[in-house]
Design a protein around this ligand. Sequence first.
Ligand code: 173
Length: 501
Amino acid sequence: MSRTYTGKEIAEHSSRESCWIIVHGKVYDVTEFLPEHPGGSKIILKYAGKDATAEYDPIHPPNAITDNLPPEKHLGSVDLTTVEKVEVVITDEEKARQQRIAQRPPLTEVLNLHDFEAIARQVMPEKAWAYYSSAADDEITIRENHAAYHRVWFRPRILRNVTHVDWSTKILGLPSKMPVYITATALGKLGHPDGELNLTRAAAKHGVIQMIPTLASCSFDELVDAAVPGQAQFLQLYVNSDREITKKFVQHAEKRGIKGLFITVDAPQLGRREKDMRMKFEAEDPAEVTDNKQQDRVDRSQGAARAISSFIDTGLDWKDIPWFQSITTMPIILKGVQCWEDALLAYDAGLAGVVLSNHGGRQLEFSRSGIETLVEVVTKLKEKRGLAFPNEKFQLFVDGGVRRASDVLKAIALGATAVGVGRPFLYAFSSYGQDGVEHALQILHDEFEMNMRLLGARTISEIVPEMVDASSIHQHIVSVPTDNLYFSNYESMQSARLREI
Ligand code: 173
């Protein structure tokens, strides 16, 4: 039977042979779980017999521990007044970071979304920056995502009365103040203690839709509870190998009023994000690295993301689509489609749309950008099924590399209903919390207003394919001036280094 323990009793279980930890005032016996922990046993052993809450919170979804440990390992509660505080050592590096935080420019001086990235890189904890900014392999794809927009040029119209311009639209039938939604990104609390709540609150103020990630740091219900009446939210879904878990989650989401289910289909295995991996090695104490063999059963060398992704079902298949359709009436959208053939299959399967995306360049290296894929999908779905875009019944979305409203308008002209923006909002809240996200949305607002006028389009429906020249989209050569703001933020990858001994 569960009971209340004292800190002293728990402290006696501080070894590999008997390892208890405290999380949120509860005590757990994790001895047998040590070799299974996707993040490795070492990090748990550091907190053996102690309160691990502060380390646990930013990286785990709130219910990870209760879901993963059998009930008999939930030992009971702890009287927190009897627990010795884990000493927090403030390193010189952390002191320097705090100094940089104090030096952030006021938001009035933040002029564009690139600025948030430049600031975030200097003020975020190193590990968090490495996780958010990293991408697959040689990080060519993440850069191509942005560069692809340089291959689309405008053909604006003149002498149209553009006194009033309106860039509001509908996404899956729901009103949105702009053709942009906040796309799903994991582990929001790595960047800011309020995590994804920053996005929910800012989205409410600016009338945009947030896609809640399966792997949010805040709990799903917290994010839904934080929405104001009438605020629409979507859900990004990682499908669990245990389909009962997925079914419960999806049905719960529908009950809670989620308006669209975006199933991620480009991540049966996570890509290699070497910036993130290297950070993890460098964070290790060299004295404890005894040999080159992997001691734990689980490969924990893969940085923050792999550590928590082992539940994702590699067996997900087109055959599963009818099952999803049978468990929910929410519109279902596949997120991570990368060629017209799969977009066509999604359409034929009766789905509500696809997100043309390469997962922010974090998955398959040399997968084409969403904006490039959009061009072929629009062409082929017209040819094969007579569809015209944008299309209410089958909506196309793109994400990846978007930094300006002009990027968004290019995608809209080419047939997208809306565009997902991920990292820029993470960088905005990591640097300035909710105010940062609101400011980012205000920047986009101002950019839309100007660009609509300069394009000669008064409404989103006047943003037509003739307003862009995308004839070079498939040429993977960018012979335009370098985007200095973007590339000065881009952090070059590093090679292996010798260890200090
Ligand atoms: O891109 C990611 O990092 C991501 O989608 C993910 C997947 C699993 C766990 C954490 C993040």
